[in-house]
Design a protein around this ligand. Structure first.
Ligand code: 5GP
Length: 201
């Protein structure tokens, strides 16, 4: 039986994770995106069902009660959750999934799906990170302060991730993530079932 791979990517806000993930998905037709549910409103250009399943808070809460999420969090007043159905479907059929999830959710996924691979994307330097966090949007000082605090707490989670990618150059970062994906697909533990089949024929 073919085994699927779950590639979980996290990053502090402004590290360029979305662009990296989108480019990787274009390069890897066998890798699908795990579309999360969120209670936040779509940003310009975002499409329901492609970027997120955009639902009301009430609808999200109902889904929580029905146990539809592998994990869910509240992030800056918005709810985000990973669909249990999609993860189980891909696990069953052996498909590869890319998940864009912040560290609290990633940690829960790690507990449930032990073979998942975790990648943390960082901007080139801490000063770059600070600059990018301050620049994002036209927000007041409190919002910026909250984002800085969140980034600091997320950085503490780096230690348990499997791979770190410094996003110095977008194409290079995409290549690195692609290399992680390819290498993990060749890991002997990942190929255990196929190796067994090969050996017994
Ligand atoms: P944004 O609102 O900018 O799209 O996402 C904000 C944060 O939520 C990002 O760090 C993103 O990785 C995270 N996120 C997106 N979907 C999920 C999810 O299903 N679960 C968790 N825990 N975080 C998510």
């Amino acid at each position: 039986m073919k085994q699927g791979l779950f590639l979980v990517v996290s990053a502090p806000s402004g590290a360029g994770k979305s662009s990296i993930c989108q480019k990787l998905l274009r390069l890897c037709p066998k890798l699908d995106f795990s579309v999360s549910y969120t209670s936040r409103l779509p940003r310009p250009g975002e499409i329901n069902g492609r970027d997120y399943h955009f639902v009301s808070r009430e609808n999200f809460r109902k889904r929580v009660k029905r146990g539809e999420f592998v994990e869910w969090v509240e992030n800056f007043g918005h709810l985000y959750g990973t669909s249990r159905r999609i993860m189980e479907k891909y696990q069953k059929r052996g498909g590869d999934l890319l998940l864009d999830v912040e560290p609290r959710g990633a940690k829960k996924i790690k507990k449930i799906f032990k073979e998942a691979v975790f990648v943390f994307v960082l901007p080139p330097t801490r000063a770059d990170l600070m600059k990018r966090l301050k620049k994002r949007g036209h927000e007041n000082k409190d919002a910026i302060r909250a984002r800085l605090a969140q980034a600091e707490s997320e950085l503490k989670e780096i230690s348990w991730y499997d791979y770190i990618i410094f996003n110095r150059d977008l194409d290079e970062a995409v290549q690195q993530l692609r290399s992680v994906y390819s290498a993990e697909k060749c890991r002997k533990e990942h190929l255990a079932a196929e190796i067994k089949k090969f050996m017994t024929k």
